[in-house]
Design a protein around this ligand. Structure first.
Ligand SMILES: CC(C)(COP(=O)(O)OP(=O)(O)OC[C@H]1O[C@@H](n2cnc3c(N)ncnc32)[C@H](O)[C@@H]1OP(=O)(O)O)[C@@H](O)C(=O)NCCC(=O)NCCS
Length: 170
C-alpha cells in the first residue's frame, strides 16, 4: 500500500465528501441505512452544514497524496444520558483501494478518536458484509445482538450485526 494519510473533513470539503458518499451509497446500498435517493437531493450547503467543524463529532478521510480514497464518521449521541456513547458510521473505501488496509486505518482512527470522547463506541454491519465484519472484529468490536431486517433495499432485507467497543475508564 502506498502511504495513506488520514485527516478530518472540514466544511470546505463538502463537494468531495458528497461525491464519495454518493459513490458509496450507489455502489453498496446494502451496507448503509442512508440511501442514494435521499442524499443525492441534498444541496451542497446542507452537506457543508453536516460536516462537523468543532466538538467531538468528526468525519475522517483517507488520502493517497491528494486523492481521497475512503472515509469514516464518528458521532456522539445527543441526549444527556447517552453522551457517553458514540457511533461509527459511513465507513467506505473506494473499490480499487480495498484489501490494502485502508479500511483498517480508518476504523483505527475512529477508535482512537472515540476513546478520547466516549466510553462506548457502537457500530452496525450487515451480516452478509464479510469484509466490514472482519475489519471491525479484527479491531476489537464485539457483537451484542442482531437487528432483523435492519435495512431494506427494494425487495431485499438485510439483518445487521450490532457491535460495541468499550474503553477502559481513564
Ligand atoms: C468494508 C471495507 C471498508 C473494508 O475496507 P478495506 O480497506 O478493504 O479493508 P482492509 O484492507 O483494511 O482489511 C481489514 C481486514 O478485513 C479483511 N477483509 C477486507 N475485505 C474483505 C473481504 N471482502 N472478505 C474477507 N475479508 C476481508 C482483510 O483481510 C483484513 O483482515 P486481516 O486484518 O485479518 O488481514 C470496504 O470493503 C468497503 O468500503 N466496502 C463497501 C462499504 C461497506 O461495506 N462499508 C461498511 C459499512 S458497515
Amino acid at each position: 500500500m502506498s502511504a495513506i494519510s488520514i485527516r478530518t473533513f472540514d466544511p470546505s470539503d463538502a463537494q468531495i465528501l458528497q461525491n464519495l458518499r454518493l459513490e458509496a451509497l450507489a455502489g453498496s446500498p446494502e451496507a448503509f441505512l442512508s440511501s442514494f435517493e435521499e442524499e443525492a437531493t441534498l444541496s451542497l450547503e446542507t452537506v457543508r452544514d453536516r460536516i462537523p467543524s468543532s466538538g467531538p463529532n468528526a468525519i475522517f478521510g483517507a488520502y493517497s497524496g491528494e486523492q481521497l480514497v475512503g472515509m469514516a464518521g464518528f458521532a456522539v449521541y445527543d441526549r444527556m444520558k447517552a453522551r457517553h456513547k458514540g457511533v461509527m458510521w459511513g465507513v467506505y473505501v473506494k473499490p480499487e483501494w480495498r484489501r490494502q488496509k485502508v479500511g483498517q486505518a480508518l476504523v483505527r482512527q475512529v477508535i482512537d478518536h472515540a476513546s478520547r470522547h466516549v466510553i462506548v463506541l457502537e457500530a452496525a454491519v450487515s451480516l452478509v458484509n464479510e469484509g466490514a465484519r472482519r475489519t471491525y472484529h479484527g479491531l476489537g468490536f464485539k457483537p451484542y445482538g442482531i437487528e432483523r431486517k435492519a435495512i431494506r433495499v427494494g425487495d431485499n432485507f438485510y439483518d445487521e450485526e450490532l457491535l460495541y467497543l468499550e474503553f477502559p475508564k481513564g
